[in-house]
Design a protein around this ligand. Structure first.
Ligand SMILES: [Fe+2]
Length: 307
């Protein structure tokens, strides 16, 4: 095959050796999809892309999802979601971290995880990129699982984890709150930003990847709330909290992470059933534009507690 695959630091691979402007053969499509499952994160550089081509290319990996925030999709390309910073809306995403004012910082998370039905993946293309900051981090929860000791793996098979959706970062139990202050416009409840309120989502301690069958560590710091009925697995509530603290610290180890420093035109695709991601944010007033397409999630990995 003609594709060139170059591993990125720790997680993912850069793939080159094809032209996105020309028809892509079924053999190359199959190879691209296999590489996505193998590496979890794929980087494509220097491809001549426009929104239509991004949408077509994304379809190789599965049916696309229209983003639930319809107001932010473009009318002519409803599959394309434009993430834009540097305007009036920044104030809602501004907060203080150890005294520094930062726009658009997000903790490690999985998109739509709080619904129990995460989308399968997403492809970001950098349109306007600031000269500093604005990195996107990717963390491999399959490798994080593999690196655990057998006793922890056995315990994970016996527990379920509840995730509690919240608009307020300070209400999240396992994110790093040291030096954190919300901004004056930070939303306080879902309806402040026209979001529905979500019931708790529940996942197994170890999630089985629906396609590859790989075990994925079910611990992601954003919205993580508790082990459900820890006594059923033979541990006390205190022990369950210590377990989650230890596992969240485990997911934060740099050996499972790749942080992408964007260049304009870069495209990054990730498997949202395996890879958690985060954003470092930027200083206020910095323009950043990313075009996003989303691969629909056709499998429910968790459940909601109201069911
Ligand atoms: Fe995200």
């Amino acid at each position: 095959m003609s594709l060139t695959v170059t591993p990125l630091d720790n997680v993912g691979a850069e793939v080159s050796g094809f032209d996105i402007g020309k028809p892509i053969s079924d053999a190359i499509k199959a190879e691209l999809k296999a590489l996505w499952y193998e590496h979890g994160v794929l980087l494509f550089r220097d491809q001549d892309i426009n929104p239509q081509r991004q949408i077509e290319f994304s379809r190789i990996f599965g049916p696309l999802e229209l983003h639930p925030l319809k107001a932010t999709t473009s009318a002519e390309n409803p599959e394309l979601f434009v993430l834009e910073n540097g305007g009036d809306n920044d104030k809602y995403y501004t907060a203080y971290y150890r005294g520094e004012e930062i726009v658009g910082r997000l903790d490690w998370h999985i998109d739509l995880h709080y619904t129990g039905r995460p989308n399968h993946g997403a492809l970001l293309r950098a349109i306007v990129i600031p000269s500093a900051d604005g990195l996107t981090g990717f963390g491999d929860l399959a490798r994080a699982y593999d690196a655990l000791d057998d006793a922890t793996k056995q315990l994970l098979d016996k527990i379920e984890l509840a995730y509690s959706f919240s608009m307020q970062r300070k209400h999240m139990r396992y994110v790093d709150l040291e030096g954190y202050q919300p901004g004056p416009y930070s939303p306080r409840k879902p309806s402040d930003v026209n979001f529905p309120d979500f019931p708790d989502a529940v996942y197994p301690g170890a999630v089985t990847h629906p396609v590859t069958g790989a075990k994925i560590l079910g611990v992601v710091e954003q919205f993580l709330d508790r082990v459900i009925a820890p006594q059923r697995a033979g541990i006390s509530n205190d022990e369950s909290i210590e377990l989650l603290e230890r596992l969240v610290a485990h997911t934060r180890k740099p050996e499972f992470h790749y942080f992408h420093k964007w260049r304009e035109g870069d495209m990054v695709l990730w498997d949202n059933w395996r890879i958690m991601h985060c954003t470092t944010g930027t200083k206020p007033g910095v323009r950043r534009v990313i075009n996003r397409t989303t691969i629909a999630g056709d499998v429910t990995l968790g459940r909601t507690l109201s069911e």
